[in-house]
Design a protein around this ligand. Structure first.
Ligand code: ASP
Length: 601
């Protein structure tokens, strides 16, 4: 038996045809000896019917009935039959095959299914089993329509990206999985070498240095659907391994990379939705994003901007603000206009936001309402007339508005205010669902200094081309609805400059030579001006499909604890293998025998 159609193919125009369908038994119902089965595959569901009263002459009804008894849920089966119209009134308009059914004339069990641990219907989230059960039985979870659609969408997205990039002369080039560590700010997954005991490869955190060397090699335009590995503490929406659409170009400027990405996304958009994507995407500078929206990846689908009030409080009797201004901190205000929020946020809600402010890392939240044209709250008495006037003017305060002030050290305060903005937008229903807003974040710093540890880090990574005397980096992010989809930059193409940046990051000459000598050497052979970008494929798919987690866009993801429940990895390995890799003796070298002896006593 060979299938003639998939389970999503048959329509009224096929009435009377003899067909063979193969798929999985999703549901079956028995109506007085007549069995109705929903036969499912990736393409759809077709109702197939075993009706002993309605079989072609010569059919062995009993033998067929015996086969049908073996058709347990989720078994793989094959049926031959005749397409007929469904009984009037039993058509299913939601199903594209819903006007017809197949009257079974012969059938075969291809492979029996154990009782599935959960029902594979088109469940609402609420009736799905826990995610861990879904991941343990991912092959069953992937039979659900929602998962099939996500996997199809992902495949189509990648296919369209490839089509666009190939049309523009990009070459798809694979870079090594077993490599030397490329720092992207996370820990490496390492792979021991058997041939060179005691040494390790690192799985790539990104193909960054390889793609740059491809530019030195003259490949000119490169792309790769690249798997990257980062050993990070489990944070929401991170996977130990994830996929980037990785791109690099030579003899170009920042804008060329951005233009190409816009055109690629517009091409993908057209292919996915049949619609034009508005390009170019708006650009927002890092400074503006931070000071106006409290985030380096602001969601610009709604307002609630921040206004800077630091100058307004330069002279004040309000002790806290006075101190913050004197210490070089920042004061920002957010006006919750009467029509969107003023009336909806009562005294208790304000208390809740004050508590949240602390959770968001803010020192507190100062609030006031505009009543009878005046700022009203119990701290206003500490404000000078100029403070009041300044707030009213800067915040464009009107009757009934509710104003929040947030103050403290620059970054922490802005980030806290950004979280507050996001929370308020969600609470007040200001986030438009189903809309997509792309942005470029531009004009970024080269380095960032951790306010607590004082450690200087690259804003992106140390290969970004610095300018403005190392204050800025020629790097940028692509944002979608307040998420960072990816980041790109122009790169350093001269060895001396690369060494200088690594020095500025506090690396000694020895460290630089040991970790990056091989790469800096490559830059010394005529590296062209070059730059590129990497777009997080899992993330863009998740956002476009409205998924809570990127795990729902990956066929076999790890769970939140970085475990692969389907195969039980990570797992121990045999002593034999450890010995072969000489890891046992390596570990033994490190054992502190004194401590062990003490433990034994
Ligand atoms: N390698 C960078 C990353 O993984 C992207 C890039 O600069 O191309 O974030």
């Amino acid at each position: 038996m060979r299938r003639t159609h998939t389970c999503g193919d048959l329509r009224s125009s096929d009435l009377g045809k003899e067909v063979c369908l193969q798929g999985w038994v999703r549901f079956s119902r028995d109506h007085g000896g007549v069995a109705f089965i929903d036969l499912a595959d990736r393409y759809g569901i077709t109702q197939v019917v075993f009706d002993p009263e309605d079989l072609p002459a010569g059919t062995d009804a009993q033998a067929l009935a015996n086969v049908m008894k073996t058709f347990t849920r989720e078994s793989a089966v094959s049926v031959n039959g005749i397409v007929r119209k469904r009984v009037d009134g039993t058509e299913d308009a939601r199903n594209k095959t819903g006007e017809v059914e197949v009257l079974i004339t012969s059938a075969e069990l291809l492979s029996r299914s154990e009782v599935p641990p959960f029902e594979i219907g088109d469940q609402k989230e609420g009736v799905l089993p826990s995610e861990d059960v879904r991941l343990e039985y991912r092959y069953l979870d992937l039979r659900r329509t929602e998962m099939i659609r996500a996997i199809e969408f992902r495949s189509k997205f990648i296919h369209l990206a490839r089509q666009y990039l190939e049309s523009q002369g990009f070459l798809e080039i694979e870079t090594p999985m077993l490599a030397k560590s490329t720092p992207e700010g996370a820990r490496d997954y390492v792979v021991p070498s058997r041939v060179h005991p005691g040494t390790f490869y690192a799985l790539p955190q990104s193909p960054q240095l390889y793609k740059q060397m491809l530019m030195v090699a003259g490949m000119d335009r490169y792309y790769q659907v690249a798997r990257c590995f980062r050993d990070e503490d489990s944070r929401k929406d991170r996977q130990p391994e994830f996929t980037q659409l990785d791109i690099e170009m030579s003899f170009i400027e920042e804008k060329d990379i951005q233009d190409n990405m816009e055109r690629m996304l517009a091409y993908i958009w057209k292919g996915l939705y049949g619609e034009e994507l508005q390009i170019p995407f708006p650009r927002i500078s890092y400074m503006e994003a931070m000071e106006r929206y409290g985030s380096d990846k602001p969601d610009l689908r709604y307002g609630l901007p921040l206004e800077k009030l630091t100058e307004v409080f330069r002279e004040t009797n309000y002790g806290i603000m006075k101190k913050i201004v004197a210490e070089g901190g920042i004061i920002v205000g957010m006006n919750l206009k009467k029509d969107i929020a003023g009336d909806k946020i009562g005294r208790n809600d304000v208390d809740r936001y004050i508590a949240l402010a602390k959770k968001f890392g803010l020192g507190g939240l100062t609030w006031m309402r505009v009543v009878n044209g005046e700022l009203d709250s119990n701290i206003v008495k500490y404000f000078t007339d100029d403070n009041k006037k300044g707030i009213k003017e800067t915040m464009k305060a009107e009757e009934g508005d509710l104003i929040f002030l947030m103050a403290g050290p620059w970054k922490r305060t802005l980030e806290g205010a950004g979280l507050m903005r996001r929370q308020l937008a969600a609470d007040l229903g200001l986030v438009p669902e189903g809309t997509f807003q792309f942005h470029w974040l531009v004009d970024c710093p080269m380095f960032e200094v951790d306010p607590v540890s004082g450690k200087k880090d690259a804003f992106h990574h140390p290969f970004v081309l610095p300018y403005d005397n190392f204050r800025k980096g020629a790097c940028f992010d692509i944002l979608l609805n307040g998420n960072e989809l990816g980041s790109g930059s122009m790169r350093i193409n001269r060895p001396e400059m690369q060494v200088e940046v690594l020095h500025q990051l506090g690396l000694s000459d020895e460290r630089i030579e040991e970790n990056f000598g091989w790469f800096i050497k490559a830059l010394g052979y005529g590296a062209p001006p070059h730059g590129g970008i990497a777009i997080g494929v899992d993330r863009v798919i998740a956002i476009l499909l409205g998924k809570e987690t990127i795990r729902d866009t990956i066929a076999f993801p790890k769970n939140k604890k970085a475990e692969s429940l389907i195969d039980g990895s990570p797992d121990k390995i045999d002593d034999e293998k450890l010995e072969e890799l000489q890891l046992m003796s390596l570990a033994m070298d490190d054992v502190d025998f004194d401590i062990e002896e003490e433990d034994i006593e």
